[in-house]
Ligand binder design. Sequence first.
Ligand code: NAD
Length: 499
Amino acid sequence: MTYVVKPWIGGKAVDGKGGTVDIDNPATGEVIGTLELVSPEQVEEAIELADKAQKEWRNKSIPKRQEVMYKFRQLVMEDIDNMAQLSVDEHGKTLSDARGEIQRGLETVEYACNIGANSKGQYSYNVGTNVDLKVIRQPLGVVAGIVPFNFPAMVPMWMFPLALATGNAIVLKPANAVPSAAFDMAKKLKEAGLPDGLFSLLPGDNQITNVIIDNPAVQGVSFVGSTKVAKLVQKRAIEAGKRVQALGGANNHAMVMPDADQEFVAKWLAAAAFGAAGERCMALSVAVAVGEAGEGLAEAVKKQAGQIAIPGQGNDEKAGFGPVISKAAQERIISWIDEAEKLGAKVILDGRKHKVEGYEGGYWLGPTILEDVPLEAKAYCEEVFGPVLLIQHRDSFDEAIELMNRQTVGNGSAIFTNDGGVARRFEHEIEAGMVGINVPIPTPVAYHSFGGWKDSLNGEHHIHGPEGVEFYTRAKAITSRWPSEDEVHDATLSFEKED
Ligand code: NAD
């Protein structure tokens, strides 16, 4: 039996007038649902309602806005397994990974529950005689969120809790392959008491992204996705005079120093490269082994990879990771492995022919390890976004960091070492926005901000945490004078008196 997911406009599900697309289960390759898309007119309607609702919402007290977030958090906690199941079915995640994603998203909700403390202004007393200055932060108005397929719940939660808690309305365009988690959150926001119109869900084709960005009422655009689209979105938003944060793709490298414990390194490399089928923007794609660190490293990771079970649907408790998102993604990844092999890479572990009994139609790939991959191979110079780890060798720290800093992207990066001095040099020299020291996936907790460098982030603001609050608000500096009796009656106007 299949289901239908609809757009959410004005606090309710509505019929989509922009056609439909199928929703697949990547574990089986079967169509499990239909997504109704919005028409451009429906985007206009949703933004008009958002604009109207925001004008009242921005005047609500901080406790009232926080209360919605507290209730929303409670509703998600009570229903976390059902929510996680939506991503198991549509994305192919394992149940524990899907649950973990929601929990990470809830960190931002918790930050929004405390928005009073987290959006405090500034005050300077007596900057002149009887003159004070305060800086307050006010919401932008209507903002937009455009999100990728790989975190159906968490990435939306990087955006809407802070946007709403700071007094904005938000329209969200989900990724069409995985709309149900966002739809479920729309219902929960309503149940939590969010007034109608403040949150809309606008599934649509690529053109809908542009219609959203171009609408004059939209003041800010948060985007998370591939670098190619991030750049398009950034350009379009800037041309339309909008504030924009467009987080892009990655190609994360880890340096392995000879003093690091090989078993520890191999365990974490396997987890960070193959976990979530490599479909994380913080997945580790390349290990750069320095000198003797490379001896036996590929075999050690292969041994770890051998312990990862891929038994089928993510509900199986033994499942280490699931399928990739689509047949197209599966075919692209296989073709990039083929090309790397042709160019001379050694295939240490080959996941290209991985089959799962009972799930023959699914988009499966097993863990794959390639060694000494020529730098011109797509598997090296592009983002693979699949369960593939490359192991490269360099003779020194300098050569390794030179290789790593050649990347045009700079999302996450890590080093494995027991030498504090080397680690400190690494954190100073590496060109990436998030750095791990013996931590392969250094995703900051949500009371800090998340974002890469270079082409991994297009725009000034990182997402969530303090920079998220800054992004969704603008500062206003107010200078006020409350003159004394003497000053009121002093007819002399003089700059000297302003001491
Ligand atoms: P994507 O760029 O293909 O799509 C992202 C969103 O943009 C989707 O909603 C999609 O419908 C829309 N879109 C796609 N093409 C468009 C176009 N030409 N014009 C307008 N809108 C368009 O990304 P994806 O494949 O869904 O997600 C995977 C990518 O996201 C990877 O590159 C991954 O690294 C990146 N990602 C980055 C972060 C980060 O924090 N930097 C986090 C998660 C994912």
